[in-house]
Design a protein. Structure first.
Lengths: 719, 126
């Protein structure tokens, strides 16, 4: 039960180690929530952060794009579409998985032979293994190692077994030597005992002084006798103790190295090798379930410098991120140790991200994927990793059981994959395959999958890669397209949340454009600039941007003085405000003169009409004013009246005409009466009035013309 | 003798009528009030008036309708108005024998016809 619980934890960590690490990397240093980011950015500018240069725009744009990217990434990561999308979010993991999907099945003769050898070794070592079986298995190890995919691990096990056996021989030799030394020590003790005994007095004591001298002489003699035996006894004792220490050290070192190798193989997901090495260990050492104690003791002895390095600081700052430390260096899968929040639930997991070369936990060359490269922090990482491993696995039998369980789990996962594939549930099938592959990449059931069996998942994986790349690029349209393509390819793909988040991002962009419009209406160009840059940063292809741009272009054109003048001219002409045009004739003449639009001819014609009209009116007014200055008000009025008849809507002309009407009231009255009768075809009366007006102002053209007209009516045949 | 007197009287009357337009009829004809005429000639239509005028100028000559002149009312004709009163008169063709020149003084009997025009029926020099 305890083992099962540990297995669950371990499986979870193995399956999600990469995802957690990737997610942690993405979240590192970035705001935890998109809305907060936008809000904070908005607050920053709302509080009047001045924008004065293009660099500010760049910052705003990046801020917006960053928010969008984060939003999209969150959309992907938060979407419950399976952890493998996060897994794909890491280029190396995604690439390696694609390599696997593209690779042909391991069905070569060499691969078959390799699997046969591994299987035979495991069978030979299956308990209870005889000495002959152990030797046979040991002999097969170099052969198994010939296959490339073995990565010489069998040779490593072979060497470890050899080294452990050698240490056992050395221990035996030292033990035998100590036995001999023990015998020597007993003889030396006996000799020392004899030497300590008193000799009979050679001279009789005669007086009190002779007795004292005799005693002193005997003491000196005893000391002289015991000195060689004491020296021999001490020498033998020291040699025995020294040998005991060597025995203890050799055994501890051999066990530790072997245990480290087993753990290393475990985290390398070489579960078959774990089982092989574990069985060799049991054959060499008789530790039982306490067999990992050496490793744990060694790990506990390693110190931890609290003041040193970023590893601790990162761990404290963000436990999730700090927990994922992987082995450094390039190559295949490496070793990582993952610590949970606040140090609890620690586990050893596979780290697909870092990719080390299997040197982890080997006491030499172990490198964890931490950023701080100082010796102290590196040692801290080693210490943490070893302690984590030692706390997770208490015994080799536990490790052996977990390895077997994982092998079974991977085999089940492959079966599930095939079943889901047959049901055309591509997303679920691919998730199963990712899980099986990440746990048991080197197991036969995974390696024997054919390209055809992986084909659909490959297509889906490529789409996932595209989706992730689109999300990272911040191109919302590309992301939408990728989601649609994924949905088309995999009907079980749940795009609800992603589409919702995409819509949210689009809405945010449009909201910025709306704010820009509001700002534009207020003439706040600073805010317009800010909002548009931000909107473009979030969604560069937002169609509203093009619309806004067109609107702004129109506005800017309208702001052009020439364009403005032409528009104004058209409006004034439409309103028949000819005098207003005349007052700004220079401006309008230039504007119309530079007009290249299709209305240019019409505008020019209208302008010329206005010019002629106003010239007539102004000339008439000036002439009338001059005549009026001479006191000839009737003449002045008559001059205006003629022009007024032609242009009755000019206010200035009308006003002056009205003024002069009062100055030449009788004459004006006569003329108006005459016209009135003329209109009523009462030509006799009209003629009378015209004659009367002419008598008042003999120079009157109106009177003269009126008389001629009326006479023509009265005497049509007059000559 | 009586027959001679009657003959002489009849001959005198005939001569008078044919020379000046008949002083007897002009004596009983009312003078035209120019203000009334100006203000509402239609109301005077069909009426006959007497005018003491001075020929101002010829306005037109029609073979069928006659000659059109502007005449200046003598100021003493009706109360002596300060403004010159100038009116148009039509001499029909039947008065074609009458010699009209600018500045001549005539006493005319006119009738207000349609259009408010003053048609001369008789014209005599005072």
């Amino acid at each position: 039960m305890k083992n099962s619980k540990r297995f669950c934890l371990l499986s979870l960590l193995i399956g999600c180690a990469a995802a957690v690490n990737i997610q942690a990397q993405q979240q590192g240093g970035a705001p935890s929530d998109n809305a907060n980011t936008v809000h904070e950015t908005g607050q920053q500018y709302k509080q009047g952060n001045p924008l004065t240069s293009a660099s500010d725009n760049t910052i705003i744009g990046r801020s917006g794009q960053g928010a969008a990217n984060l939003g999209v990434q969150k959309a992907i990561l938060n979407s419950k579409i399976n952890s493998f999308i996060a897994f794909f979010n890491n280029p190396m993991a995604g690439t390696q998985f694609e390599q696997f999907l593209n690779a042909p099945p391991e069905t070569s003769e060499a691969a078959e032979r390799y699997r046969s050898n591994i299987s035979k070794i495991m069978d030979l070592l299956a308990p209870p293994a005889s000495k002959a079986n152990q030797d046979a298995a040991y002999a097969l190890l170099p052969k198994a190692s010939e296959f490339e995919s073995d990565a010489n691990i069998c040779t490593t096990i072979h060497d470890a077994v050899y080294a452990a056996a050698n240490s056992r021989v050395e221990i035996a030799r030292l033990t035998e030597l100590n036995d001999q030394l023990e015998k020597q020590r007993k003889i030396a003790e006996y000799n020392n005992l004899l030497a300590s005994r008193d000799r009979p007095l050679q001279q009789t004591v005669t007086d009190k002084n002779d007795v004292a001298n005799n005693n002193a002489n005997q003491q000196l003699e005893r000391q002289a006798r015991m000195e060689p035996t004491k020296r021999e006894l001490a020498s033998v004792g020291q040699t025995i103790e020294h040998n005991k220490m060597q025995i203890a050290t050799a055994e501890g070192r051999a066990k530790f190295q072997f245990q480290s190798l087993i753990l290393q193989l475990f985290v390398q997901r070489r579960y078959q090798h774990v089982i092989i090495a574990n069985r060799f260990y049991r054959a060499l050492f008789d530790d039982g379930d306490q067999s990992l104690e050496s490793f744990q003791q060694m790990a506990d002895k390693l110190g931890y410098n609290k003041q040193a390095g970023q590893a601790k600081l990162v761990a404290e700052g963000n436990p999730n991120v700090a927990g994922a430390v992987g082995s450094g260096g390039g190559g295949a899968h490496g070793v990582g140790a993952s610590t949970g929040t606040n140090g609890s639930g620690a586990s050893v997991g596979n780290n697909n991200d870092g990719g080390g070369d299997g040197s982890a936990l080997s006491m030499s060359g172990l490198q964890f994927g931490i950023q701080n490269v100082s010796v102290e922090s590196l040692m801290n990482a080693v210490s943490s990793g070893m302690k984590t491993a030692s706390r997770t696995f208490k015994s080799l039998s536990q490790l052996d059981g977990i390895a077997n369980e994982i092998i079974r789990d991977v085999n089940e996962g492959v079966k599930s994959y095939k079943f889901l594939l047959s049901q055309n549930e591509i997303e679920a099938a691919t998730a199963q395959l990712v899980s099986a592959w990440s746990k048991g990449q080197y197991l036969p059931s995974v390696q024997l999958l054919t390209q055809d069996e992986k084909r659909k998942s490959l297509k889906f994986a490529q789409l996932v890669n595209k989706l992730v790349n689109s999300g990272q690029s911040g191109n919302i349209d590309a992301l939408s397209s990728a989601v649609a393509e994924m949905k088309k390819e995999a009907a079980d793909f749940d795009d609800t949340e992603i589409l919702s988040n995409i819509q949210g991002v689009k809405l945010a962009s449009s909201m910025h454009i709306a704010q820009a419009r509001v700002a534009a209406s207020k003439g706040d160009l600073q805010t317009v600039q800010t909002e548009i840059t931000r909107a473009a940063g979030i969604w560069p292809n937002n169609p509203d941007l093009q619309t806004f741009s067109s609107d702004m272009t129109k506005v800017s054109q309208e702001a052009d003085p020439m364009v403005h003048a032409r528009t104004e001219f058209d409006q004034l002409y439409e309103q028949k405000s000819y005098r207003q045009i005349f007052e700004g004739i220079d401006k309008y003449a230039v504007a119309v003169g530079t007009d290249t639009s299709t209305n240019s001819a019409t505008r020019l014609n209208n302008l010329n009409q206005v010019k002629k009209r106003m010239q007539d009116i102004e000339t008439s007014i000036m002439r009338s004013q001059e005549i009026a200055r001479r006191g000839d008000y009737a003449g002045a009025w008559e001059g205006l009246e003629v022009t007024f008849t032609q242009y009755p809507d000019d206010q200035k002309l009308g006003q002056m005409r009205a003024d002069l009407t009062t100055q030449a009231a009788d004459f004006v009255h006569d003329i108006r009466e005459a016209k009135s009768y003329e209109e009523k075809k009462e030509y006799g009366s009209a003629l009378a009035w015209y004659l009367r007006s002419q008598s008042r102002y003999p120079m009157s053209d109106l009177s003269k013309q009126g008389i001629e007209r009326v006479v023509k009516q009265l005497l049509p045949d007059a000559n | 003798m009586i027959a001679l007197i009657v003959l002489l009287a009849g001959g005198g009357a005939y001569f008078g009528l044919h020379q000046g337009g008949g002083d007897a009829s002009l004596r009983t004809t009312e003078e035209l009030d120019p203000q009334i005429y100006y203000n509402n000639a239609n109301s005077l239509r069909g009426n006959t008036y007497k005018m003491d005028v001075e020929i101002d100028s010829a306005l037109g000559n029609s073979a069928t309708k006659g000659r059109l002149f502007s005449v200046l009312l003598k100021k003493d004709a009706k109360g002596g108005n300060s403004a010159p009163e100038i009116l148009p008169v039509l001499l029909p063709p039947d008065l074609g024998s009458l010699t009209i020149q600018k500045g001549q003084h005539y006493i005319m009997k006119v009738k207000v016809i349609e259009n408010g025009l003053l048609k001369v029926e008789e014209a005599t020099k005072p």
